[in-house]
Write a protein that binds this ligand. Structure first.
Ligand code: SF4
Length: 377
């Protein structure tokens, strides 16, 4: 990343060493995130009006992730865009008629949108909004890891660079990872998984698949604490626990429901409980509370005796998305996502494969004859 010009905070993340270096060992590395300046009430209203007008003028649609500020979630919905998880964001952007996609989230989401829609202009409020999973999985080191396991089918999580996706056989998001790995396992594949070790471990436990893993982690979900969660549960014995599988195994073990952001929303809607403890980025609370007005949602603890609190349950890079930058990039066309066309074409293969698989699954069938390892680009 380039040097920040505004106030910023330091962020630590883990950089796994590949097993070629004698791993799995992680070293702690430094990154940064810009601290957004909150607009005043008057500025906020004016910026929202400006964004509504510019979206129409520029034939643009706004696609926001559940973890960005509630203003950006509400604006996306009220202007005909979408608030969702990364799988639905990718699908929606590809299928929408707008010629400009404004993606509020982190960089890999904008890159995925561009890979799927190379003919469209993809803008993001801040191109330096990254992700610890993406940072912790450099393409060259990951490629060496793949080379060391030529017999394995490479399955990577969406939270990766275009170059890492281009090395993959399959892309998955947390909403379809279990189904895809299970189908691959049932058809005899051995898996190389990257980059989130907690999600990978969860999938391995659930499917019994033979998996070797990249040892990355999300700085937000890695912080949830099982001991403190049990204490909170003792204070709220009727509460149900909803957990994103990027969380540590000890936290997942306490869950009443485990799944993607969309699965967490569904579970909250369907369960009878009045109280919920939620282990995912606290940006989710806006949607959970809006859709379930009679229910109470608490954040799962990230503090306590074992706390390091790198994130305090909110992603510093998701927090870089702000109203002022949305208006600015719509007006000026700045912050356009670029992906090398040849790289994009190669990275599109595993994404298309995932979208075809999930579409078939929606129709009630598990696709047969899953494509085996397709090797390096
Ligand atoms: S919440 Fe975690 S996985 Fe999501 S963008 Fe932030 S660091 Fe990445």
């Amino acid at each position: 990343m380039t040097n920040p010009t505004l106030s910023h905070k330091e962020v630590e993340y883990e950089q796994p060493q590949s097993e070629l270096d004698g791993g799995p060992v992680c070293t702690t590395k430094q990154a940064w995130a810009r601290v957004p300046v909150a607009p005043t009430t008057l500025e906020r209203a004016a910026l929202k009006d400006k964004i509504r007008r510019l979206l129409k003028e520029k034939n643009a649609v706004m696609v926001s992730h559940y973890y960005v500020h509630s203003d950006l979630q509400d604006l996306a919905e009220e202007t005909g865009g979408l608030v969702s998880d990364s799988l639905e964001m990718a699908r929606f952007g590809r299928d929408h008629a707008a010629t400009t996609l404004l993606v509020c989230g982190v960089r890999f989401m904008g890159e995925t949108a561009k890979i799927l829609s190379p003919e469209k202009r993809v803008l993001m409020p801040d191109l330096d909004a990254t992700c610890s999973l993406d940072l912790g999985c450099p393409a060259d080191e990951f490629s060496a890891f793949c080379d060391a396991h030529p017999d394995r089918t490479v399955v990577v999580y969406a939270n990766t660079s275009a170059a890492v996706k281009a090395r993959a056989d399959w892309l998955v998001t947390s909403s379809c990872a279990l189904d895809i790995v299970k189908a691959l396992k049932d058809q005899g594949h051995k898996i190389l998984w990257a980059p989130d070790r907690h999600l990978g471990g969860y999938i391995q436990r659930e499917t019994g698949a033979d998996m070797v893993m990249w040892e990355g982690s999300c700085i937000v979900h890695d912080e949830f604490k099982s001991f403190e969660l049990q204490e909170l549960l003792r204070e709220h014995p009727g509460a149900k626990v909803l957990v994103h599988p990027e969380s540590p195994a000890a936290v997942v073990a306490l869950a009443d429901a485990v799944g993607s952001t969309s699965a967490i929303l569904n579970a909250a809607r369907q369960m009878d409980a009045k109280e919920f403890i939620v282990a995912t980025d606290n940006g989710m609370m806006h949607k959970l509370r809006t859709l379930n007005p009679g229910k109470t949602f608490m954040e799962a603890p990230t503090s306590g005796n074992s706390a390091t609190c790198k994130s305090c349950a909110h992603c510093p890079w998701m927090a870089m998305n702000g109203l002022a930058d949305v208006a600015r990039v719509l007006e000026t066309g700045a912050n356009e996502i670029q992906v090398d066309p040849a790289l994009g074409l190669r990275a599109k293969l595993p994404i298309d494969r995932m979208l075809a698989f999930t579409a078939a699954l929606k129709q009630g069938s598990v696709p047969k004859g899953l494509v085996a390892h397709i090797g390096a680009a």
